[in-house]
Design a protein around this ligand. Structure first.
Ligand code: ZN
Length: 453
């Protein structure tokens, strides 16, 4: 049920800075960054990952951590570092029929080096295709089983003559390190909001470069706004990177009051929210509020351990209040381009990216503006007229804005018992969050209300 649609995007709350935000310009900036990051061959370690973090650092300077090969991180070990210069398959005529330089998806990610002539049958056991998606090159990895291989479209594979082939993979697997980057915006509180995205996929746009570019520009906007909460952005390789980060930050995790895993935010599908494992935390309530009050279709799903780094953040030993806001979730039936060469630059829709960005910003802003307050004059209603907080003329109709604000102040004074949040008051009163928050601010200004920690 929609009672108060947010009339103007970005005016959900009180930040004056919202008026200055040019969402179209930000969308153009995101798309331009996408173009720079797309060609890079990333993995869970290596120079592609480092180059990506370096490009991001030109916009928001990241604190980089390197975790050496062999380091134990909970039940896992940081693997050897993988780097690749070139790879190809040549046919009998010496023609390159598969070329890493044309698409880095052609290589089984983490392939060990190889350089030899092999027959068709041996080649076949190292070729990966997707029969359900016969025109596309699939994205495949082999991080923890030493293997080598090539990915190609099923159509190309079907037409390969049964002859000898030269296979060359010029890669290295050596002791090195795993890299992740963080951007931290210090707020008034030590309590943190965590926005996490993974940076290990090669040339794939929606999964996950869309989450990367959104996080970069979200940080770039939020750094200019004074924040109540501290906000941490994490750019780490999926799974092993999140595990390593959790291991290194275990002592500080109780500071995290809410967060989101950002991925798959650029396709034309409707917005989809996966709840935290706890299921009814503040971030869950805020996302629901923002989506309920938007004009777009959306879907809210219960937590599941199938997905991205929420699997680690919400594992039972941590159970952090972290959900995931996507469009078509990774691996979902509607996202048939998932992990294939069709998840390319043209798959990303500017309007979707812009809408996702606005949703993230609205959610963080409501998180920032939410809070619990205590009525300092709880015995009967305070006399608002002497404080110029009551309308001068009685009897006006109910859709008048002054009247809405009068109702808002009544709701705030009635429910501000130190336990009920601004968001709960907005939900109970059916008055827009920003009006309730304005009412709160006006009552704080005349010392009728104070925030409780
Ligand atoms: Zn993926």
């Amino acid at each position: 049920m929609k009672f108060f649609i947010i009339e103007t995007r970005g005016k959900l709350v009180n930040y004056k800075e919202f008026e200055k935000i040019d969402f179209n310009q930000i969308t153009d900036n995101m798309v331009s960054l996408l173009g720079k990051l797309y060609p890079i061959c990333r993995s869970i370690t290596g120079n592609g990952l480092r180059d990506t973090l370096k490009i991001i650092s030109d916009i928001i300077p990241l604190k980089i951590s390197e975790i050496p090969t062999g380091t134990d991180v909970f039940d896992w070990k940081i693997p050897q570092e993988w780097n690749i210069q070139d790879a190809y398959i040549k046919n009998k005529k010496g023609e390159k029929i598969v070329d890493f330089q044309k698409s880095n998806l052609h290589i089984l990610n983490y392939s060990r080096p190889i350089n030899k002539i092999i027959n068709y049958d041996e080649l076949k056991s190292h070729i990966f295709t997707d029969k359900n998606n016969p025109k596309n090159i699939p994205y495949r990895t082999s991080y923890y089983n030493k293997n080598w291989g090539f990915c190609m479209s099923e159509e190309q594979f079907r037409n390969l003559p049964k002859e000898d082939y030269e296979v060359v993979i010029n890669s290295t697997l050596d002791d090195g390190s795993l890299t992740y980057g963080e951007y931290f915006i210090k707020g008034q509180k030590e309590d943190e909001i965590l926005i996490s995205t993974y940076v290990c996929h090669p040339s794939l746009c929606n999964d996950n470069l869309s989450g990367v570019i959104l996080s970069v520009y979200l940080a770039n906007v939020l750094k200019k706004i004074s924040n109540k909460y501290s906000i941490r952005f994490l750019f780490a390789p999926e799974t092993i990177g999140a595990i390593a980060w959790l291991k290194n930050n275990e002592k500080n995790l109780d500071k995290i009051k809410g967060g989101l895993v950002a991925t798959c935010v650029g396709d034309s599908g409707k917005i989809s929210y996966k709840k935290t494992r706890i299921g009814n935390t503040e971030i869950d309530r805020i996302v629901k509020y923002v989506l309920d009050n938007s004009t777009n279709e959306f879907k809210i799903n219960e937590f599941s351990p199938i997905g991205s780094d929420e699997r680690q953040f919400c594992s039972p030993g941590f159970n952090l209040p972290i959900g995931s806001l996507t469009r078509s979730p990774p691996g979902s039936k509607k996202f048939k381009e998932y992990h294939s060469s069709s998840d390319n630059l043209s798959f990303i829709k500017k309007e979707s990216l812009k809408d996702s960005f606005e949703k993230y910003l609205e959610i963080i802003t409501v998180f920032e503006e939410n809070g619990k307050f205590e009525n300092l004059n709880p015995k009967c209603e305070p006399f608002l007229s002497k404080r110029s907080l009551y309308r001068e003329i009685g009897g006006q109709n109910n859709d008048n804005h002054d009247r809405i604000m009068e109702f808002a102040r009544k709701w705030v004074l009635s429910l501000s018992d130190g336990e009920t949040s601004v968001l709960e008051i907005a939900n109970k009163s059916k008055i827009a969050f920003k009006d309730i928050k304005n009412a709160v601010n006006s009552l704080v200004n005349v010392n009728l209300l104070k925030e409780v920690e």
